[in-house]
Design a protein around this ligand. Structure first.
Ligand code: SAM
Length: 356
């Protein structure tokens, strides 16, 4: 029988999120896996993650590297260290380097452009940036230097909640959806996503966000459970922002899988990682279940071990003590155990050249 994909509308998304029927949930996993197989195939692409800097000028209420967290030793990697990570990525067979950092204006735009250019001259790696809200000029400069993709989660589409957990910087409220549109115009492949289970987030709002993935026509989608960090204000808030009974999203790892599965159904050709937050909450099986429920990307961490513990956006981040070889070997084992193949080449999003 030919498999026909019908993307769910918002009401169906909400129903899947709230369902307590095991048969319905099993159907969701099966649909997401079949959709993944049909539209992006069995290849799992590996992205090497490099956490370039844990300095951050923002004070997001959820994030362990927020400016006011004085418990953290801060770092900015040296350019030679970043280049060494790029060569390590090539050595272990990855097609993409992801450069992630807090919002750090000491990451000087020209300095990073020179690194991007050098990586592109010396390797065939695609480069993804996850550096937060920088100016259009900076993003243009980095694109001209060779950066290919940008990740910027909108975290929640509820404006009031977003402003509450992501306080404006210098009095200027952020509009991440507008930034994503500009990044697309500049020529980047764009990725976004949300945290799941933020205090004050309702199921209705989460369903809106998943539906929004479709209208944003995302090439990449990164979603993961919100994990409280004890040195952040949101951890202390607990459920004081509780919505009326039944409306607050209850954070569970299973819900994380549901959101990955639904993201696959609404954006069948997007690249979707099985995220570290899932592996943190569910152990190694977390990554595997993500891959069986819609995901097709894994992002092993290539950050040098001496910095790894300092990039603590939430506690006990999975694999924060594994070196690059160990993270990579674990990922390869898991992919093969699932009967999937390791992606070759850059692993660009099929969404860019879509056929539906
Ligand atoms: N500064 C950039 C930005 O804000 O997009 C990139 C770095 S930021 C640390 C990367 C992502 O980490 C955020 O988009 C957020 O979704 C996630 N994150 C931060 N704190 C988290 C937490 N406590 N639990 C789960 N995810 C978290």
């Amino acid at each position: 029988m030919t498999f026909i994909h019908t993307p769910p509308d918002k009401q169906s998304i909400l129903r899947w999120l709230l369902s307590e029927d095991p048969a319905e949930i099993a159907e969701l996993w099966a649909l997401a896996d079949a959709t993944r197989k049909k539209y992006v195939g069995d290849q799992v692409h590996l992205r090497g993650l490099v956490e370039v800097s844990n300095r951050c000028e923002r004070n997001c209420l959820y994030c362990g590297i927020r400016a006011d967290n004085r418990e953290l030793q801060r770092y900015l990697m040296l350019s030679d260290e970043i280049l060494a990570c790029a060569h390590k990525a090539v050595e272990v067979g990855f097609g993409t380097l992801v450069l992630q950092a807090g919002e750090d204006s000491s990451i000087e735009a020209q300095w990073l452009a020179d690194i991007i250019r050098q990586v592109k001259e010396e390797t065939d790696l695609a480069i993804t940036l996850s550096l937060g809200e920088r100016s259009d000029e900076d993003y243009q400069l980095w694109h001209a230097a060779g950066a290919d993709r940008c990740l910027l989660r909108f975290e929640t589409g509820n404006r009031e909640l977003f402003d509450r957990i992501h306080p404006p910087l210098a009095g200027q409220s952020s509009d991440r959806l507008a930034i994503l549109a500009r990044l697309r115009e500049i020529g980047y492949e764009i990725g976004s996503g949300v945290m799941i289970g933020i205090p004050g987030q309702s199921y209705e709002s989460l369903a809106d966000d998943i539906d929004r993935f479709r209208s944003l026509d995302l090439d990449m989608i990164g979603v993961g459970p919100y994990i409280p960090h004890p040195d952040t204000p949101l951890a202390g808030i607990g459920n004081r922002w509780d919505l009326p009974k039944g409306e607050q999203v209850i954070n569970s790892v299973e819900l994380g899988y549901r959101v990955i599965a639904l993201a696959r159904l609404v954006c069948p050709q997007a690249n979707i990682p099985s995220t570290t937050a899932l592996a943190t909450l569910d152990g190694p099986v977390g990554r595997e279940l993500g891959l069986q429920r819609g995901a097709n990307i894994v992002m092993p961490n290539l950050t040098p071990l001496k910095y790894r513990q300092m990039y603590e956006i939430y506690p006990a981040k999975a694999a924060s003590t594994e070196d690059a070889e160990q993270s990579c070997a674990a990922a390869l084992r898991q992919i093969r155990a699932l009967g999937r193949t390791v992606g070759t080449g850059r692993g660009d999003s099929p969404n860019l050249h879509k056929s539906i």
